[in-house]
Design a protein around this ligand. Structure first.
Ligand code: IPD
Ligand code: CA
Ligand code: CA
Length: 297
């Protein structure tokens, strides 16, 4: 076809190249997540030793480390031009595609036998998330996204939420003991109380990646987190956005205001149609308090 405007033809081919590339990376992430999911599923609810990282609330098992090593090998074999930041092993490699990997998001659940945990894998190119996979091996739910659409087990998903917060279900881990230290125990519990009274239902399932993926699939109305890392949320941000939801990052005084969404330590995840004033107000109060207490450099 002879395109009268060369710029249009150029953009189309760039977009198609970008989409093909994104699909290629998504397939790698899916393969790695499924490959790691099988041994994790076999280990789930078996006897296992639990180690502690920062404190008694921060658990890790040999299965986290083994799964991350398996994912790392899978990614570097499939796409040698890679670098990877994993929760357990840190940064490895110097390639142009930056991967963010949480081998088990929800380790406390995994280690105890509670079926709400997942493998989370994202690929970032030039600062933007271009592929994301969140895989729950117990329920065999594979949430994925390329730069165009989001899928659950290969079928396109669209988020949907009720418009009134009084009828909505919110999932959040807030507050944990770290939030008591940062925000004050009484203040944090009173904010949690406000959410419990306002929303129809508040749940604390314990995996940020899987929580956001549930919003993307329309299984819950909203999710919120106030202490996450890129490996927790990078994949899920893309899955939510391309399912029509809204990911609102919160800098919480920790990162510059122009930081990429997935590099921010807090978030609100809304399904299409949702915008909840009480949740917005609580998030703003947490953000203002932490920002005010952040020492200026
Ligand atoms: C944690 C979970 C939890 C979130 C924490 C994460 P981990 O990850 O996602 O829901 O509130 O911020 O650190 O330790 O289970 O991989
Ligand atoms: Ca995690
Ligand atoms: Ca983890």
């Amino acid at each position: 076809m002879n395109n009268a405007n060369p710029a249009v033809g150029l953009r189309t081919s760039v977009d198609e190249d970008g989409l093909n590339r994104s699909r290629h990376l998504t397939r790698i992430a899916e393969g790695a997540a499924r490959a790691a999911g099988a041994p994790l599923l076999a280990a789930f609810r078996s006897e296992m030793t639990v180690d502690y990282k920062r404190d008694l609330h921060d658990v890790v098992t040999i299965h986290d480390r083994n799964a991350e090593a398996l994912i790392r090998d899978f990614i570097f074999e499939s796409e040698p031009n890679s670098a990877m930041l994993g929760e357990e092993g840190g940064q490895v490699g110097e390639g142009e595609i930056q991967w963010y990997v949480d081998p088990i998001d929800g380790t406390a659940n995994f280690a105890r036998g509670l079926a709400f945990w997942c493998v989370s894998i994202a690929a970032v190119e030039q600062g933007a998330v271009v592929a994301g996979v969140v895989y729950d091996p117990v329920a065999d739910l594979l949430f994925s996204s390329d730069i165009r659409r989001s899928y659950l087990n290969g079928k396109v998903i669209a988020s949907k939420s009720v418009s009134e917060e009084s009828r909505a279900t919110l999932i959040t881990g807030y507050p944990v003991s770290r939030d008591f230290r940062l925000d004050g125990r009484v203040v944090a519990l009173s904010r949690f109380g406000e959410l419990v009274e306002t929303f129809s239902t508040v749940r604390r399932p314990g995996s940020a990646a899987l929580s956001i993926a549930h919003v993307a699939a329309g299984f819950v109305d909203a999710a919120a987190g106030f202490g996450v890392n890129a490996w927790d949320v990078a994949a899920a941000t893309l899955i939510l956005k391309n399912a029509g939801g809204r990911y609102q990052p919160l800098t919480l005084g920790k990162v510059p205001a122009d930081s990429a969404d997935y590099l921010c330590p807090g978030y609100l995840a809304y399904g299409a149609g949702a915008d909840y004033p009480t949740l917005n107000r609580v998030a703003q109060a947490i953000s203002d308090g932490r920002t005010a207490r952040t020492p200026t450099p």
